[in-house]
Design a protein around this ligand. Sequence first.
Ligand code: AMP
Ligand code: ZN
Length: 451
Amino acid sequence: MLKIYNTATRKIENFKPLGEVVKIYTCGPTVYNYAHIGNLTAYIYWDLLVRTLKLNHYKVKRVLNLTDVGHLVSDADEGEDKLEKGAEREGRTVWEVAETYIKKFKEDYKALELTEPEVWARATDYIEEDEKAVNLMTNNGFTYETSDGIYFDTAKFEHYADFARLDLGGLQAGARVGFSNEKRNVSDFAVWKFIHEGEKHAMRWDYLGRPGYPGWHLECSTIIHKELGEPIDIHTGGIDHIPIHHTNEIAETYAAYGHDLSRYWMHCNFIMIDGEKVSKSLGNVYTLADLSKRGFSAIDYKMWVLSGHYQGTRNFTFESLEAAKTRRLGWRNRIAECYQGIEASSETIKDFDFSEMMEAVNNNLNSAEAFAMIDNTRLKLDDWKKIDELFGLKLVADAPNLNDEVNEKMLAREKARAEKDFETADKIRDELIQKGVTINDTPNGPVWQYI
Ligand code: AMP
Ligand code: ZN
């Protein structure tokens, strides 16, 4: 039985799907720049969620959105639009910027061996649905117009504060003087923004007789409505989404369609880097390409992420990434031992039991405990294959069976050594190194390992 922490109730709950297919929505990236390793953690954790559900025999339909419009630098409908900012930085159109970073994101996604969502949803493909939703919210009495756009009147949704346990009175009192003299409540937010004469905003659609673009939160509500139908089973995101983005998605869905948005909500925590926040000024905004330059693969990073918990406060350091890589390479060589029929000899080591591993991940995705089980048990090749199915680590794919080839060379090397033909023996050793393999001479004879 899968148990997950539900942000909506602040409790660990037994997971029960609403229907035959588990409907999941994952808030995706804003595609205005490369994803940094902090951004990528979410997709690694939710990949584990999907794989765990599938191994529990559930059918899954997941939608992941790509925000290619209307996400302002601040969550509070202020500041520049991230896409426009990206276009300015690169001297290209917003469409080119979105195209480039969608491609990059998908490359990272693939390198991390993440399960493809059933639907990749681009925000700009849902503008018609956005307009229909604004009409519905307006007809249902939830919006008002300002000179800046159509705003959601959060006072009209009586449960607005519930999800994030917001202190609306405190928020109102703490609002900056003149935060926007047209907004009725400090928590009100734009569902549609107008573009004024002379304003630079390349992405624009005509609606209500003037150019504009949707407010950021709206895309998630309308994509879910169109692709999945609410309520969905699980909605995922980062903890920063709780007080504004997800709170507003819930409000919009209720106001437009009269429904609850999701049965369960899961949020992952932020990672720190060397004890600091990820920030440009600290120069610690690492991408997968940066890690690769330092000799770490995407899967090494995935190993690091899964060695902790999605709700934990994690501190990334290159030493801890090195430890994750060493662990992966150690596991890889244990697969080589499987090919060679070498078993961990100690009587005290237990045989691996996949059902125990499933128990660990079914316990709110405790991959750290599952990893410790791998370290401390005796595994067969089939066990490693199951581990790959659960975590997507490519362990078996990265560990080709070179046994026949290596054995032949090892025998030739032994023969050369017996004949004191050290030149040939060294040549064979070099050939094996070329193949990524070394030979260790043990009391039980030579054993090959990946380098
Ligand atoms: P940004 O591009 O910085 O707005 O980040 C997009 C999303 O990535 C945020 O809404 C977070 O959910 C997630 N994110 C950003 N920084 C981190 C971090 N350090 N650790 C985990 N997730 C992060
Ligand atoms: Zn969202």
